[in-house]
Design a protein around this ligand. Structure first.
Ligand SMILES: NC(=O)c1ccc(N[C@@H]2CC[C@@H](O)C2)nc1
Length: 242
């Protein structure tokens, strides 16, 4: 899977070179291209932003440099061109799964007060928000999207752990333990060292249900509506008083 990121601050993406995504890039499973929008600013001062028409505080990103950058990356193809923005559709695990089916994503990171509307209208195909808050730029949001999507690409991390993780199938995760068996007087639940794999799976499923009930009852209701809870789940939840 290919990601191309357009930004005024390519250096902000250095951490992706250190993360699990580094190995995936080396393995060729994913590729991340970084493009500095300012490289397409043609004037002597390489201006990528300007004062807003109508007055007001802050600066607006100019349409021409950004449009030239997008067109240079996209060329004749038509990959989704996604703007990270507080006005975008909410980014969720479901949306991450949807985007992970794409062979290529182009992510546009704005700065200042945002983009000139005319480049938004003509070249941005989708807007995504990682949450209802405003950041100084789209870069951190882009890193969140790249991380959450890339990890779903086959081969980036081991496929097993994706199956039962939080939000992937409507429930939160089960608790994790590793050595030592007792740590500061706290023992690992005996079932996990019993060797009964069927019982372990049942315990883990029940823990996911119980934790989702306690922490995110909204998710549990949605899981029920979506038919993600089987009769054993519902019987256990009834025992818990749900
Ligand atoms: N919640 C989010 O995903 C988000 C994304 C971008 C952002 N800020 C940039 C700066 C200018 C404009 O392009 C948008 N803030 C919040």
């Amino acid at each position: 899977m290919r990601f191309d990121i357009l930004t005024l601050f390519p250096g902000m993406f250095a951490p992706l070179e250190e993360s699990i995504l580094k190995r995936a890039q080396q393995a060729g499973t994913i590729s991340i291209g970084l493009h500095n929008i300012r490289d397409w600013a043609t004037d002597r001062h390489r201006t990528a932003d300007d004062a807003p028409y109508g007055g007001g505080a802050g600066m607006v990103m100019k349409a021409a440099p950004l449009a030239a950058a997008i067109r240079a990356v996209v060329e004749e193809a038509a990959p989704p061109v996604i703007l990270l923005s507080p006005d975008g559709e909410p980014f969720t695990q479901a949306l991450a799964s949807e985007l992970a089916q794409q062979p290529w994503l182009v992510l546009v990171c704005g700065h200042y007060e945002g983009l000139d509307e005319r480049v938004r209208e003509s070249l941005i195909s989708r807007e995504i928000s990682i949450g209802d808050y405003v950041l100084t730029g789209g870069e951190l949001a882009a890193m969140v999207v790249v991380d959450a999507v890339a990890r779903l690409v086959p081969g980036v991390i081991d496929g097993e752990s994706i199956a039962e993780e939080s939000h992937s199938d409507g429930l939160l995760e089960y608790p994790h333990y590793t050595r030592p068996a007792v740590w500061e007087g706290r023992a690992v639940p005996a079932i996990l060292t019993s060797g009964h794999h069927g019982e372990v799976a049942k315990w883990r499923r029940r823990e996911r249900l119980r934790r989702t009930l306690v922490r995110r009852p909204d998710m549990l209701r949605r899981a029920r509506e979506q038919g993600l809870l089987d009769k054993h789940d519902l019987a256990y939840l009834a025992e818990l008083g749900w």
